[in-house]
Unconditional design. Structure first.
Length: 200
């Protein structure tokens, strides 16, 4: 058992790695309200919407997948910085996340997200997740991709708030090269390569 006491030693077990993707004890999910001391809670917890039930991020993700609800991550600067970046992207995709909206991305992790078929979207100018004052009970539409995808194009994020108000935000698509467009259209690099092999 001592040989398997870390996520790194379990990299071949997708069930363990999925549960560990957002389980860092220091992660801060701003969807959660402050605790009794007024501090932001830490750990891989979230609120399942629309009811607001608190549970682990993994459990919430599995319920969203079961219901057919795709999810979006909102983040700050240098999203994805750290070790095990390959599983950071794999776990994100396996948890049903379709897009990550961040102020900036760590270079390799951005590429890994595209390789897993997850949209990396970057805020423009002074826009940020904090500035949008998101509460976690919003729903979102991402538009501007149906007519075709161009590297580094702009897309529109429409935020539908619980009070019925809507807000549009322009985002920068961080798909940087034509081959990355192909990866995304095929759902990731593995489906792309497999289809290329089958076609030949």
């Amino acid at each position: 058992v001592a040989d398997f006491n870390s996520y790194g030693s379990r990299r071949g077990n997708h069930e363990v790695m999925m549960r560990g993707t957002f389980a860092n004890v220091r992660i801060r999910n701003l969807m959660l309200p402050p605790d009794a001391r007024g501090a932001q809670p830490e750990g891989g917890r979230t609120l399942f919407q629309p009811g607001g039930e608190e549970m682990s991020i993994y459990d919430a993700a599995m319920r969203y997948i079961q219901e057919g609800t795709p999810t979006v991550i909102f983040a700050g600067e240098e999203y994805g910085t750290g070790s095990s970046r390959d599983w950071a992207a794999k776990g994100t995709q396996l948890l049903g996340v379709k897009a990550v909206v961040a102020k900036s991305f760590e270079r390799i992790h951005r590429s890994n997200l595209v390789g897993m078929g997850v949209l990396p979207l970057q805020f423009k100018g002074e826009d940020s997740a904090a500035g949008l004052k998101l509460r976690g009970d919003e729903t979102f539409d991402i538009t501007g991709l149906k007519a075709g995808i161009t590297p580094q194009q702009d897309v529109t994020l429409t935020i539908h708030r619980a009070d019925g108000k809507s807000q549009n935000v322009t985002l920068h698509l961080r798909i940087d090269t034509p081959v990355e467009v192909d990866y995304l259209l095929h759902g990731g690099i593995l489906p792309y390569v497999l289809r290329q092999l089958l076609a030949s």
